[in-house]
Design a protein around this ligand. Structure first.
Ligand SMILES: *Cc1c(COP(=O)(O)O)cnc(C)c1O
Length: 412
């Protein structure tokens, strides 16, 4: 039997489900803070280390405020994410703008906030200069192409739409230096949800070596390298989490060996920051036995898209039956008129009865945020379990009025 501890104890979840209608996403402040401190401590050897939380993972200002208090900045890729960050009071070097296929008004907003502009393409140098003017600080996203292997979610770097080629990158620093840029960074993001430790050490090594080459070529001392995000989380009970302390130590060894100081090391993780510390609480509302056995829950793919989109595994616990024999095989499904609206396929679970609370694990990142309104399904509320044990609704559930709000159509 495969078990995985709940991120929040079952008694608390049950009490919340009595107060708030299911489905809802639930996050745990205490473990988010503890994890943030662990990451900062693992890289404390680098004085300028900063994690820029990838806003898209969980774009809720209440959560981002907590991360800001832990010293994190934000990584934004759209105007909405920039404005959200602005409203929390983040500005300047606290914001990394890592976008792609970027409209001019988004560059303008990022520049107005003093964000670090991380360009995705060589032609964006001209574009930026033309529409908003060159900034004082600039960063480029490197795509190593055939030099590195990617992984399932992000694809092989050669097939990925992101970043500069190596020769474009080397040329770009010279061009921007001659146009008055004073401070430079280098970024890459070649994997997503990766649990291979060596992969991240190799990424750091690749960027450190490039930093050395750029110095030799242009006489530019880079201000920082941004190792990107992509640290995976153990979605499956048998998965091993990345050992952050070992990662910090192994990257430091490369940093020292290649003598790249003074160079700041930055990261922009989303998933590993909040992913394991959130869950989706839903209720069984139907049982259906045809060629297979189905459990219908009151959440659907609009609340959590990863299983339907990537066939991603999310562990499921049935509250009160965590240690019961898992002797049933179910598909756990939502109500969309789409056959991929399934949270689990052929999953071994205990017998599920109507009204059982079914908790879907690891939805703290890329969960609620990927929601959509197809089939008129509304996005759920988000709750935060605070350090003092109280719960706060940090986003209400959408209503039908929200759904109809954009329609220019008179009501009868
Ligand atoms: C999505 C994304 C991240 C965060 O990815 P995680 O897998 O959540 O760590 C960071 N940087 C960029 C550019 C991204 O697109």
């Amino acid at each position: 039997m495969t078990t995985k501890p709940l991120p929040i104890d079952s008694k608390t979840i049950r009490q919340l489900a009595e107060t708030y209608p299911t489905p809802f996403h639930l996050y745990d402040e205490k473990s988010i803070r503890a994890n943030a401190r662990r990451l900062n401590a693992a890289f404390a050897w680098c004085e300028g280390f900063k994690e820029y939380f990838a806003v898209k993972a969980t774009p809720n200002p209440h959560l981002i405020k907590i991360l800001k208090e832990e010293g994190f900045g934000v990584d934004c890729s759209s105007i909405a994410e920039l404005v959200l960050s602005e409203r929390i009071g983040l500005t300047g070097d606290e914001i990394m703008f890592t976008s792609n296929n970027t409209p001019a008004n988004e560059f303008a907003k990022a520049k107005e906030l003093g964000a670090i502009l991380n360009l995705d393409d060589f032609t964006h140098i001209e574009f930026l200069d033309k529409y908003v003017g060159m900034p004082k600080t600039i960063c480029f996203r490197y795509n190593p192409g055939p030099l590195r292997e990617g992984n399932v979610i992000i694809g092989s770097p050669e097939e990925a739409k992101y970043g500069f080629t190596r020769s474009q990158l080397l040329e770009a620093y010279g061009i921007c230096k001659s146009r008055g840029v004073e401070r430079f960074g280098l970024h890459t993001m070649v994997a997503s949800n990766e649990l291979n430790h060596e992969f991240f050490v190799e990424t750091a090594r690749m960027l450190f070596e490039l930093a050395v080459e750029i110095k030799q070529l242009h006489g530019i001392q880079l201000d920082f390298v941004n190792l990107g995000g992509g640290i995976g989380i153990p979605y499956r009970p048998e998965d091993q989490a990345i050992d952050l302390e070992k990662l910090g130590a192994d990257i430091k060894a490369e940093y020292d060996r290649l003598q790249v100081a003074p160079l700041n090391v930055l990261m922009e993780n989303g998933r590993m920051v909040t992913g394991p510390y959130g869950c989706l609480v839903t209720k069984a509302i139907h049982k259906k036995d045809i060629y297979k056995n189905y459990i219908g829950v009151d959440a659907c793919m609009a609340n959590l898209m990863r299983p339907g989109m990537y066939e991603a595994y999310h562990h499921i616990s049935v509250l009160g039956k965590e240690s019961a024999t898992h002797d049933r095989t179910y598909d756990v499904v939502g109500s969309l008129c789409e056959n991929n609206d399934k949270f689990a396929v052929d999953r071994q679970l205990p017998q599920i009865d109507i009204d059982d609370l079914v908790v879907i694990h690891d939805t703290g990142a890329h969960g609620h945020s990927m929601g959509f309104q197809y089939n008129g399904k509304l996005r759920s509320a988000e709750l935060l379990l605070k350090e003092d044990g109280s719960a706060q609704e940090i986003r209400r559930a959408e209503t039908l009025d929200d759904y109809f709000a954009t329609l220019e159509f008179p009501t009868v």
